[in-house]
Design a protein around this ligand. Structure first.
Ligand code: RIB
Ligand code: CA
Length: 314
């Protein structure tokens, strides 16, 4: 996995994922596509541009994608990320123009031009991925890897008891994506098992770098939102796992499907761990991760953007 398009609903944890994807030498971010999710769409676009400028990657094109899910109504998650999505503080506009083109078109075109070479890092609702697939039916055979942060594997959701936010916002897109692509899934349950606590925050506070300050700021609201002064960093964990295979501990492949019906179980992630259905077993679920290794990657990034020193040799 090298060339990657990051599809994001840029708010708190997305920003850390985007920074990591740009700073690691394991990935080459060639485009960012924005999708409706965490906060108002234009603020997500600005957050992506601001984050790229912070890590000297403002040359990566930001393409605007779907401003709403395929079919469903939804609400933002500003209560988690703070007004505007970056902990509540609004930064001055970057004055960076969005790149010309619609995100799903760009995903389809770039993958068609470079078959098997581009991976997708999907860290928001899957609307853009579903629309790209509708434009290019062969997309599942044209992408390299597809990494998705979403769903809740045999655990409670975070936006309803049944569902995780990304899959709840656009369950129709999630249902179609998991049925069509070989996805590697980082779910809310894994993120809960790899939460970042006071020890990590104390270490970040001692770093005294711009990125460390940004990390603390964007997680301010999320930390207050939780009940034990810790945070999950779903998109950051997903990107670290995609970039550093040695952080992946247990993985298993199952038939995974998403309930696209409106109502109590909207966005529910059905994981057939016992093979009770005849569904294709194609979704690779990361079931455990190297917690200390993930923290080392994060601290290495926040310290000076130098990640190789942070990674224990395999
Ligand atoms: O449920 C967590 C996911 O929803 C993360 O991607 C977060 O950024 C929000 O999009
Ligand atoms: Ca996200």
């Amino acid at each position: 996995m090298d060339r990657v398009i990051v599809d994001t609903d840029t708010a708190g944890d997305d920003t850390q994922a985007l920074a990591l994807a740009c700073l690691t030498d394991r990935l080459s971010v060639e485009a960012v596509t924005v999708v409706a999710g965490n906060v108002p769409f234009d603020r997500e676009v600005e957050n992506a541009k601001y984050t790229l400028s912070l890590v000297d990657a403002a040359d990566r094109p930001v393409f605007e994608g779907a401003r709403s899910p395929l079919l469903k109504e939804y609400e933002h998650a500003e209560e988690v990320h703070g007004a505007g999505g970056l902990g509540g503080d609004l930064h001055p506009e970057t004055e960076i123009d969005s790149a010309p083109g619609f995100g799903p078109d760009v995903i389809a075109e770039r993958c068609r031009e470079s078959p098997g070479e581009i991976s997708l890092l999907c860290i928001g609702p899957l609307t853009n991925l579903a629309l790209a697939h509708a434009r290019e039916p062969d997309l599942p055979d044209l992408v390299d890897e597809v990494w998705v942060m979403g769903g809740n594997v045999n655990c409670a959701g975070n936006v309803t008891p049944a569902a995780e936010f990304n899959f709840w916002v656009d369950p129709d897109a999630a249902h179609r994506a998991l049925a069509a692509f070989d996805v590697t899934l980082v779910d809310w349950g894994l993120c809960q098992r790899n939460r970042l606590g006071a020890d990590l925050f104390d270490a970040v506070e001692s770093l005294d770098t711009d990125l460390a300050e940004f990390f603390l700021q964007v997680n301010k609201q999320a930390r207050a939102f939780g009940d034990d002064d810790s945070v999950a960093l779903p998109d950051g964990l997903t990107t670290a796992l995609a970039a550093y295979p040695q952080l992946r501990e247990e993985l298993a492949t199952y038939h995974v499907a998403v309930d696209e019906r409106e109502g109590l179980t909207r966005g529910y992630t059905s994981v057939d761990v016992r093979g009770l259905t005849d569904g294709a077993e194609r979704t690779r679920v990361v079931e455990s991760a190297d917690d200390e290794g993930f923290k080392a990657v994060l601290l290495g990034m926040l310290r000076d953007g130098n990640l190789d020193r942070a990674i224990p040799s395999p």
